[in-house]
Design a protein around this ligand. Structure first.
Ligand code: GUN
Ligand code: ZN
Length: 646
């Protein structure tokens, strides 16, 4: 058993805002571990907190070679002068740099354990990008043998098992899978330093995704040797929780200053645009005049300030749901990163499974890549699979100010009589007027003129709708022409009813709307905004609306209707018997009690909590992904809104 634990507090894309607990303190993630060289007297560990560092990494191999007895006698924390969480690397990097090390794989892990490290790393084999597939596989097999042996002797130290596999995603996946159930507590992605040095960032993306898709999601993931803030947003978006680097010191030694969008030599800079304490106090001219040693120290401090400021930016973007936008902005700094951003978008099918149902901030359409983002992908997919046009053609209406249905209010009575689905032409695809208040449709900013690629994608998507739904998407008809050509409906559309039905289907799946609305419906609206707030059927409240994202919260009566109409496993989180009585009382569902969950659910979905006989026991909001629930042994899985007594 390990003395560390990891909890997910927030999410954005495949990124996680986390809390990592160790015996020496708690760490907020994503974060960076500054590398401490036990042989150098540079920025002392005790000063690292002021920059924002909460955990450090040092090298157990160097300590083993040079300070062995002292470390064993007094412990590694005392040795380096830091009482907070501490990770050590193992000598793998020295093996990569110098060809060999003198220590045995189990010897170094036992040493890490005995000197009191919080997270100790195995002596993995570093597969460089030039290794062939066969060579990388042989390397990998040795790494796995070592990991298995190390897990036997780790004691209560958390063990970091490095994902290797060179540039080959299939080997990365194989390695990550092999680690499942092996007893690792922390997963560095290794062998990426030369990939980053060669600026092969698209390869880096593939490697991270292949590892992430196959690792135990309840453990933190570390990107070994990534220290330039340029890669933080992109790697964090893909689910990297930790970074480490000596870059702050190495760059300083070389006279270079790190910025969030690149690196400059002090020599090239006339005015620093950085507001850190160093740059606030010294002009570049003054820094240039300092004695070499002091200048190096000041540059290293600047580098740390900038590094941790960018990590705060990443975490804050996650809290606000804007990490994609931050990653995109940073990736525009260099062509190889722009290519990496395109590659992220190519993985959006996987990212969509990690992406929460809605986020706190507006969706910004910034580039052709925006229309491939998971949020758009999900909307388009659900419009195809969950929206029933009832055999009617879509009538495309020009885009207007949001909310669309408000702008089209003067025409709603006329549109209600037409046998069509009135839908606004948007960058997301056609938006039926009855879906216009949902995330991300209402919560989005899109340029007035769309780029060519986005327009072509949209055109293709309209074709997909026509084929899938067997209806036409008519951009060629005006309202007046439609009125002239089409036979009016006998019963005009009831917009409120249609809206409730369509949103419920979008959110819970086809058939949900009909199940929820069967009976005598009464819809309560806000006096101020005119928006739907609650839905009563046969005198019972079945739904309330989440104003911030336009989705429904099913009440107990609504949950019972969904449960009766929608077959298992859909919408369900199945809990063990031990949990049932608590959940019926309205207490939250903890991850360790979850048996299974509908894989189509997403974080922040409203879900039905059932026992193993499919008896409904509660309704609540999902906090993890269905996949994660199988792995987390601690923390909350469903925030229960209402318990349902038998
Ligand atoms: N430091 C940078 N890359 C690596 C790696 O692949 N393995 C280990 N153990 N340390 C590293
Ligand atoms: Zn600065």
């Amino acid at each position: 058993v390990s003395s560390t634990s990891f909890e997910i507090l927030g999410r954005d894309g495949a990124g996680r805002l986390g809390r990592f607990k160790t015996k020496h303190g708690v760490v907020q993630t994503p974060t960076l571990l500054p590398v401490i060289n036990p042989n150098l007297n540079f920025i002392p560990p005790s000063e690292m907190r002021k920059f924002g560092a909460e955990m450090l990494i040092t090298n157990s191999y160097i300590i083993w070679k040079r300070h062995r007895e002292q470390a064993l006698a007094e412990g590694v924390h005392k040795l380096i002068g830091w009482d907070g969480p501490l990770m050590t690397d193992s000598g793998t990097f020295q093996m990569y740099m110098y060809g060999s090390v003198e220590v045995q794989p189990q010897e170094i892990v036992a040493f890490e354990r005995d000197i009191g490290v919080d997270v100790g790393t195995i002596l993995d084999i570093f597969s460089t990008p030039d290794r062939t597939h066969d060579q990388a596989r042989t390397d990998l097999q040795e790494t796995l043998v070592r990991a298995r042996a190390s897990a036997q002797i780790k004691g209560d130290m958390a063990l970091a098992c490095t994902v290797q596999g060179g540039i080959y995603p299939d080997l990365r996946a194989e390695c990550a899978k092999a680690y499942q159930g092996m007893g690792a507590d922390f997963y560095p992605i290794g062998g990426v330093v030369p990939i980053m040095e060669q600026q092969r960032y698209a390869t880096l993306v593939d490697v991270i995704v292949a590892a992430k898709q196959n690792l135990d999601p309840s453990k933190p993931v570390h990107l070994f040797g990534a220290g330039h803030p340029l890669v933080f947003p992109l790697a964090a978006l893909l689910g990297c929780d930790f970074f480490d680097s000596a870059a702050y010191a190495k760059y300083a030694k070389d006279g270079r200053m790190i910025f969030p969008d690149g690196t400059w030599r002090l020599e090239e800079i006339t005015e620093s645009w950085c507001a850190c304490p160093v740059c606030s106090k010294h002009t570049p001219a003054e820094l240039k005049k300092l004695p070499a040693q002091e200048r190096e120290l000041r540059l290293a401090e600047h580098n740390l300030w900038v590094t941790f400021a960018e990590l705060k930016h990443v975490r804050e973007a996650m809290r606000q749901g804007t990490l994609w936008e931050l990653a995109e902005r940073r990736c525009r700094a260099h062509p190889t990163l722009a290519e990496a951003f395109k590659r992220i978008v190519a993985h959006s099918e996987w990212i969509e499974t990690q992406e929460p149902l809605s986020k706190g901030s507006a969706f910004f359409h910034l580039s052709p890549e925006s229309s491939h983002r998971p949020e758009v992908r999900r909307y388009r997919e659900r419009l195809l699979s969950r929206f029933d046009p009832k055999g009617r053609d879509f009538l495309l209406l020009p885009e207007v100010n949001k909310p669309y249905s408000m702008s089209y209010a003067p025409l709603l009575d006329r549109l209600a009589r037409l046998p069509v689905v009135p839908a606004v032409q948007s960058a997301f695809g056609p938006v039926p007027l009855v879906l216009d208040e949902m995330y991300p449709l209402a919560q989005s900013d899109v340029p007035a003129t769309l780029d060519k690629e986005t327009r072509e994608d949209l055109e293709a998507y309209l074709g997909t709708i026509e084929t899938a739904k067997g209806v036409r998407v008519r951009a060629d008809l005006t309202l007046e022409e439609a009125e002239r050509l089409l036979t009016p409906l006998e019963t005009p559309i009831d917009w409120d009813l249609e809206r409730v039905r369509a949103v419920a289907d979008y959110q819970f799946g086809e058939g949900a709307g009909d199940a929820l609305l069967a009976g005598k419906v009464e819809i309560q609206k806000s006096r101020n905004t005119g928006k739907i707030r609650q839905v009563f059927v046969d005198g019972e409240r079945v739904l309330a609306l989440r104003a911030e994202d336009g989705f429904f919260v099913p009440q107990a009566a609504g949950a019972k209707r969904l449960h009766a109409a929608i077959p298992a496993p859909r919408l369900r989180v199945v809990v063990e018997q031990d949990s049932v009585a608590f959940n019926r009382e309205g207490k939250n569902v903890f991850a360790k009690f979850v048996r299974s969950a509908d894989p189509a659910l997403r974080a922040r979905d409203e879900v039905l909590v059932v026992d193993e006989n499919d008896t409904l026991v509660a309704v609540g909001q999902l906090l993890l992904t269905p996949h994660e629930m199988g792995w987390f042994k601690t923390g909350m899985a469903v925030s229960v809104r209402e318990g349902i007594k038998g």
